[in-house]
Design a protein around this ligand. Structure first.
Ligand code: ADP
Ligand code: MG
Ligand code: MG
Length: 487
């Protein structure tokens, strides 16, 4: 098993040879990313960063993560339909964070819409991310007793552009191959089947069926020079495999501004095609909106009759601020009536604190300044590379502690994940290094305020980074795609 292999008996493995073979297998199976700096129309690509071996994970914790996903889907869905909760939770953020404020204004515009011109069905493609928190220095653990020291702890839940379902699907075969090359053949149960690409596609097909118009199409909103295009293409192809009659078009917000409009029935028409489903793989960060024009385009899409993934209320429900508010005692109960299900969700939470200008906020500032290495400071951003850690928390909070600027952030208790040895194949491969992993579970929900039509857990994503790197994210260049190796 990988855990032992790289800790002790790897001398019999020809690692350079194995790396080369694994890279060819990965590239032949679509583990690709467009080469940095190439033109948008170029298909020139390298392998996406990936871990040479899968990472040891407890089967029971993967099952735990799977088992709570449909309730997390439902929770986000209910939060997204609760105006008062969204408003009370986000009002202090909106005052200081323009990005969230722009989203909020679009949300308010949807509330004023005439019911008949409005699309009531939501499509959620979520990914709930966790680390396996280890309450003991994991380098000293032996495999047989490490289980009792691990707990599944949530990092965040993503409601927009939850990526890597395509590449994660194809990683299974890469890792079965690399393990076999290392002499481990009986591993079908250890590197479990995983097909989130199909799950995402089924969600989109379900939404398309709901829209119910034969020649309507699915629109992927992408950035103009998207490196992660192969991941998106694998999802596109999975839609084709379910229903080859559904066409997919890809456009940026800028393109849509040029080519799109709302017709008299409030249908979104782009290049003469009626859009049934809009799937956002861009639009989650301030950089996605190059001008006010792009915000106008987002608003046009939002007010259209197309089914949005995510709709603006789902997007707002995925902010870090909402997740912090949901972690307060008694709040989950408002949305999920069953006490034992609430307990299972809450077991995955660590402490989170508001940084509003209240006594609670003062206390959070004090905690963070006193012990910055035990916390992460998070703004309302997505995509990796935005959080503040360790001594920088101290510097930053000291500067802004008397300003309302601090309310744009939340403070989260730091999770210390289990570490293990691996080799990560970035542009340049690492040596055998200590790594930590983040496990994501994909969830799909389709429904309106009153009725849920589909609510499923559809597979997982494992991402692994070198221990000591604070940030995460594959596109952001911190992490490599991985698979769990179940024990
Ligand atoms: P984003 O939406 O930008 O991905 P995340 O909340 O996932 O924001 O944070 C980015 C990365 O920071 C995560 O992938 C993880 O590696 C690290 N991180 C976030 N929260 C914590 C935490 N509480 N403890 C330890 N690491 C964290
Ligand atoms: Mg995120
Ligand atoms: Mg994240």
């Amino acid at each position: 098993m990988a855990f032992f292999m790289l800790n002790s008996d790897h001398s019999r493995i020809n690692i350079p040879k194995l790396k080369e073979k694994a890279i060819y297998w990965a590239m032949s199976h679509g583990i690709l990313m467009r080469t940095k700096g190439t033109h948008a129309s170029s298909s020139c690509s390298d392998h996406a960063p990936f871990a040479l071996f899968p990472s040891v994970t407890l089967h029971s914790l993967l099952e735990e993560a799977y088992s709570v996903q449909v309730d997390f889907n439902l929770l986000i869905h209910k939060v997204a339909h609760d105006y008062n909760f969204l408003c009370n939770s986000l009002k202090s953020v909106i005052e200081v964070d323009d990005f969230t404020k722009n989203m909020w204004e679009i949300y308010e515009a949807t509330l004023k819409q005439d019911d008949k011109r409005k699309q009531h069905v939501n499509l959620g493609i979520f990914r709930s991310d966790y680390m396996l928190h280890c309450d003991k220095g994991s380098s000293s653990l032996v495999i047989k007793d490490f289980a009792k020291h691990l707990q599944l702890k949530q990092i965040e839940i993503n409601t927009i552009a939850s990526s890597f379902a395509g590449l994660a699907t194809n990683m299974v075969s890469v890792h079965r191959y690399s393990m076999a090359l290392a002499g481990y053949y009986e591993i079908e149960n250890q590197v479990p089947n995983n097909n989130p690409a199909n799950g995402l596609a089924r969600g989109m097909v379900e939404a398309w069926n709901f829209y119910g118009k034969a020649n309507s199409v699915v629109l992927f909103i992408v950035s103009s020079c998207e490196r992660n295009i192969f991941d998106q293409k694998l999802v596109e192809h999975a839609i084709f495999e379910i229903n080859p009659k559904i066409s997919i078009i890809r456009q940026s917000l800028e393109d849509i501004c040029q080519n799109g409009y709302l017709n008299e029935e409030n249908k979104l028409i782009i290049d003469g095609l009626e859009i049934a489903v809009v799937y956002f793989r861009d639009g989650y960060s301030p950089d996605s909106y190059k001008s006010q024009q792009d915000w106008e385009t987002r608003k046009m899409i939002e007010l259209s009759f197309a089914i949005k993934c995510p709709s603006i209320n789902y997007h707002l429900a995925g902010t870090k601020k909402i997740q912090q508010e949901l972690s307060r005692p008694g709040v989950l109960e408002k949305f999920i009536p069953d006490g034992s299900r609430v307990q299972k969700l809450r077991n995955t939470f660590v402490e989170q604190y508001s940084l509003e200008m209240t006594p609670e906020g003062e206390e959070a500032v004090r905690l963070a300044l006193e012990n910055p290495s035990n916390y992460v400071l998070k703004p309302q951003r997505e995509g990796g590379g935005n959080n503040i850690y360790g001594h920088e928390i101290k510097e930053y909070l000291s500067k802004i502690k008397n300003s309302t600027e601090r309310t744009a952030y939340i403070l989260m208790e730091r999770i210390f994940p289990f570490t293990q040895k691996n080799i990560l194949l970035f542009e340049k491969s690492t040596d055998i290094v200590d790594t930590v992993s983040e496990l994501g579970i994909y969830g799909i929900i389709v429904g309106d305020e009153h009725k849920i039509h589909m609510n499923e857990q559809v597979g997982h994503l494992m991402r692994t980074k070198v221990q000591g790197v604070d940030e995460g994210g594959i596109s952001a260049g911190f992490a490599a795609i991985d698979s769990p190796y179940l024990v």
